[in-house]
Design a protein around this ligand. Structure first.
Ligand SMILES: [Zn+2]
Length: 411
């Protein structure tokens, strides 16, 4: 059994599901402390120095540069230790199936129905015929998101430790809790960590590289109404609820989350609250291109202007707040980080592809804070699901890819 597989199977059996109901505390689940403590010990065993497991279950460590690369800037590799709460994640029992094509069988539902993945739902499955694949027993998710990332980083360090001739810069390891509930690397002290560049290993399909995320704004549309007795309302009443539907009806139907994909942005009404005398709509706006996002913001203002013209000044007001920006805007002059990742994939026989993330990422947050951090694939599929799986060769290939990648930073 390969080192990365042995680690992966061991790590997923340690419970570390984050708890969305306890966002006040970091970590959100006490079990993440257990996971953090174990990872701290693993890193000591791998020859790391400065191993710190802090009170928030952040694990950081330094792996010394290879001979001759001591002056190269330090490179961070980051993965998250928590598992998602979209499926049960306690008492995970991973097992390996040899995939012969057709259905990939995980286990049984309590009513006896088979839990399977099929090439219809996961077209990539056809690439894995003849491979060993790690699945769950169907009662839990697998936790490859992101224990695969953790196992791949640890297996990389083991390889570098055992093969001192392999070139690499100082590697700063960061294993963080609570990514799935939106904290992720929020409390990571990047100043203290001291890395100049970084990658998260938290993607999915092999070869995927993410360094673009949405630019995001939130709009609050406040609509005033004029309420009178409905019996004598003719020509007088202006119902804010009716105006809210009029406002929303002017948002293009083909620019909603449910009608867009890929690089298309959208308007998304999140909440509508109020009564006839006042109604407030909250929308989020998303686009990969900040200029197009600005046009969407303007569209809302234009709708408000037209309605104010019709119903009276000040009836509809639009307030827009910037949330975050596409991290790609921070990679100007750092394109080499994407090129290195593409080349490292190609060198080990993986076809790289750049995939924009329709959301934010942990790496985006770090990038905005000054540590540029694209995201790399782990090789896993069906994340957050009882059908989650990862082919064994994908785990192993990712370690090869990381080996090739860190070598590029050794100069
Ligand atoms: Zn993840």
């Amino acid at each position: 059994m390969s080192d990365v597989l042995e680690r992966f199977l061991r790590y997923v059996q340690v419970d570390s599901q984050s708890n969305a109901a306890n966002e006040e505390q970091v970590p959100s689940s006490p079990c993440e402390h257990e996971m953090a403590r174990m990872l701290g010990e693993e890193l000591v065993g791998l020859g790391c120095t400065d191993v710190v497991v802090d009170e928030h279950a952040y694990v950081t460590a330094t792996f010394a540069a290879s001979a001759g690369a001591e002056d190269a800037p330090a490179l961070m590799l980051c993965a998250h230790m928590d598992s998602a709460s979209d499926a049960p994640a306690s008492g995970i029992k991973p097992h390996i199936v040899h995939y012969e094509g057709g259905e990939l069988f995980s286990g049984y539902y309590t009513d006896g129905d088979r839990i399977v993945s099929t090439p219809e739902t996961v077209p990539d499955l056809v690439k894995f015929v003849g491979q060993d694949i790690v699945v769950t027993d169907g009662t839990t998710l697998l936790g490859a998101d992101d224990k695969a990332g953790i196992a791949e980083i640890c297996a990389l360090l083991k390889r570098l430790k055992d093969n001192p001739e392999l070139p690499h810069p100082t590697i700063k390891v960061a294993f963080v809790p609570d990514e799935e509930i939106g904290h992720g690397a929020a409390l990571l002290d990047i100043e203290k960590l001291g890395a100049k560049y970084g990658y998260t290993v938290d993607g999915h399909t092999l070869g995927g590289i993410n360094y673009e995320c949405f630019s995001a704004s939130m709009a609050t549309v406040k609509i005033e109404g004029i309420m009178v007795h409905p019996g004598s309302a003719k020509g007088v009443m202006i119902n804010a609820i009716t105006l809210a539907t009029e406002f929303l009806s002017q948002i293009p139907i083909d620019e909603r989350p449910e009608t867009t994909e890929g690089r298309q942005g959208f308007y998304h009404p999140l909440e509508i609250k109020g009564a006839g005398y006042q109604t407030v709509i909250t929308l989020i706006l998303r686009d990969f291109d900040s200029n197009v996002l600005a046009k969407r913001e303007q569209k809302l203002r234009d709708i408000a202007d037209a309605m104010n013209e019709k119903y009276g000044a000040g009836m509809v007001t639009v307030t827009i707040r910037e949330q975050y920006r596409n991290m790609a805007e921070h990679f100007e002059g750092l394109e080499f980080m994407i090129d290195y990742a593409c080349d490292a994939n190609r060198e080990v026989g993986i076809k790289p592809f750049i995939e924009p993330v329709r959301g934010g990422t942990d790496g985006a947050q770090l990038t905005f804070r000054g540590l540029p951090c694209p995201n790399l694939a782990t090789g896993a599929y069906n994340l957050h699901s009882i059908r989650e799986f990862i082919p064994v060769p994908s785990l192993e290939k990712t370690v090869d890819m990381l080996t090739a990648l860190v070598a590029k930073f050794a100069v």
